[in-house]
Design a protein around this ligand. Structure first.
Ligand code: NAD
Length: 505
């Protein structure tokens, strides 16, 4: 059951939501106005004033109960995610599992991350310094359509664990999933008003979400991310931006061709390539190129497409007519300029209205849109390389830097190559799941892929302000009676030399 009344809406109007499973309308959602967004901030702020006084351990318990509810309501969640996105059930499960892992992690670890930390005072024994973490207030969360549960809810979970309130604007297409998640959080014990959901177009109410926030947590395209950052900068409010990517996967000369092909298929075609960390560029070493391509193309050609609410499909649908249009346009442009389609390259209305075949291109050149632009679909370009240096150079030739992968027969040499890639995360012998699923480590992008990190301590502490409380005991820091400034300076100089000699930092 999804409670649409969670949406704060006074407009009296609704917006239609279409499912990619059939291409038809399946729900109407109340639309929020700019005034509703302001009201949402007022309500969340009032609830947050009480929530921040709740012990971090108790707040963590809400996340752990949410984790358990998520697993016990799994079938319901998977139906909702598939209906909203059209992705295969296994990919919906990955999304659910990722959300559960994040909830468990912050549910257990937030208390320790938020604990007051003793810092060394500049006069030991005289000055005690405590670093305290205070919640920012109300975090504005703006999320996209591709992972409506995980990206809609997970960042907000960290914000709430840190003692904040949330005003959340999901993409309209993902809004029902987000509402389901917020309903579950309420069942898990989260106070009702703490997490407000508003629904509407980005250009209409997105600005108001940025304007009311004490911190903005945005996931979406680089173009919108830039606008959000500019707007937040006017008020000197912090932002974390999780943006697009053009992720590379390197197949090194010692990689096992079939094992590498199996990994590459998952790296490229999970959620039909509508995954920020999925691979769109493959760099394959000469030594294994032909063997790898044979295995890779065979596997891609055999992928089972489907849009049923069951476990049979290996790849589902694109999420919308718009996304199908982008994919078709990228492939058309590439082919017109001389690229070769090695497999795929066609829409599949016989499977689902927005289905498109997993597609592998060769001969992609700089003048083609899909060379450097993110397609965000099941399309990968393959490039042959004669050395590892060449592969690294080509992989780094992008303004993005979200995720990369290195496949090698030798994990150690894979790690050496990984360290040379300009990317927020690099997976050795896996596409994205090792790094993304390891939530104890930060995840995010460099360059046009974003600012800030989710996951790990950084993913929680971004929603806090550090406050330093320094308390002096005993003697004062001023000039004692009868001591001149020159003598005082000499005394302090001696002290500084002593600290240096004693190895104090
Ligand atoms: P988008 O930028 O169009 O929309 C994202 C969100 O921003 C939506 O909720 C939208 O309504 C809102 N929005 C739009 N205009 C706005 C404005 N002017 N002010 C405030 N909010 C506004 O992105 P999308 O097409 O929904 O998502 C796909 C993109 O997201 C891809 O580029 C993908 O790589 C990226 N993405 C990144 C990550 C990551 O973690 N790095 C994860 C998922 C998706």
């Amino acid at each position: 059951m999804i409670d649409k009344n969670i949406v704060l809406s006074s407009s009296g109007t609704t917006t239609s939501v279409v499912t990619p499973l059939t291409g038809s309308h399946y729900a109407a959602l109340p639309v929020s106005t700019v005034d509703d967004v302001a009201e949402a901030y007022a309500r969340a702020a009032a609830a947050q004033r009480e929530w921040c006084a709740v012990a971090p351990r108790e707040r963590g318990q809400v996340l752990l109960r949410f984790h358990d509810l998520l697993l016990s309501r799994q079938a319901e969640a998977l139906d909702i995610i598939q209906t909203a996105t059209g992705k295969a059930r296994w990919h919906a499960f990955e999304e659910l599992a990722g959300t559960a892992v994040g909830a468990r992690y912050y549910g257990r670890r937030a208390e320790r991350m938020l604990a007051c930390t003793r810092r060394s005072g500049f006069l030991p024994g005289v000055i005690r310094v405590d670093e305290v973490r205070r919640p920012k207030g109300v975090v504005g969360v703006i999320s996209p359509w591709n992972y409506p549960l995980e990206l809609g809810v997970s960042d907000g979970l960290a914000a709430v664990a840190a003692g904040n309130g949330v005003v959340h604007k999901p993409d309209v297409q993902g809004a029902l999933t987000a509402l389901w998640g917020v309903g579950l959080l309420r069942e898990a014990g989260m106070p009702e008003d703490l997490w407000q959901v508003v629904v509407g177009d980005g250009p209409t109410i997105g600005g108001a979400v940025v304007d009311g926030a004490d911190h903005v947590c945005f996931t979406g395209s680089t173009r919108t991310g830039r606008e959000v950052a500019k707007r937040a900068a006017e008020r000197l409010v912090g932002v974390s931006l999780e943006l697009g990517g053009k992720n590379a996967l390197l197949v090194l000369d010692d990689a096992n061709p079939d094992r590498a092909a199996e990994i590459a298929v998952r790296a490229c075609f999970t959620s039909a390539g509508q995954l920020c960390v999925s691979t769109e560029r493959l760099y394959v070493h000469d030594a294994v190129h032909d063997a790898f391509m044979e295995c890779f193309l065979r596997r891609v050609r055999h992928m089972r497409l489907g849009v049923g609410l069951d476990w049979s499909a290996e790849m589902g649908s694109l999420a919308s007519q718009r996304q199908l249009g982008v994919v078709e346009e990228h492939v058309r442009d590439a082919v017109e300029k001389g690229a070769r389609v090695l497999t795929g390259g066609k829409r599949r209305p016989d499977v689902g209205p927005y289905c498109y075949e997993p597609t592998v291109l060769a001969g992609v050149t700089e003048d083609m849109t899909c060379f450097a632009e993110e397609t965000f679909g099941p399309v990968v370009s393959v490039y042959r390389c004669s050395t590892v240096d060449e592969a690294v150079h080509m992989a780094n030739d992008t303004r993005y830097g979200l995720n990369a992968s290195v496949l090698s027969g030798n994990v150690r040499s894979g790690r050496v190559v990984a360290a040379r890639l300009n990317s927020g995360s690099v997976n050795v012998n896996e596409g994205y799941a090792s790094s993304y699923g390891s939530v104890d480590a930060p995840m995010g992008g460099i360059g046009d892929s974003g600012i800030g990190r989710r996951h790990g301590a950084e993913g929680l502490l971004r929603f806090t302000e550090a406050q330093t409380i320094a308390s002096r005991r005993g003697i004062g820091l001023g000039r004692p009676p009868l001591v001149g400034f020159r003598s005082l300076a000499r005394g302090y100089t001696l002290l500084l030399k002593l600290f240096r000699a004693l190895g104090r930092s």
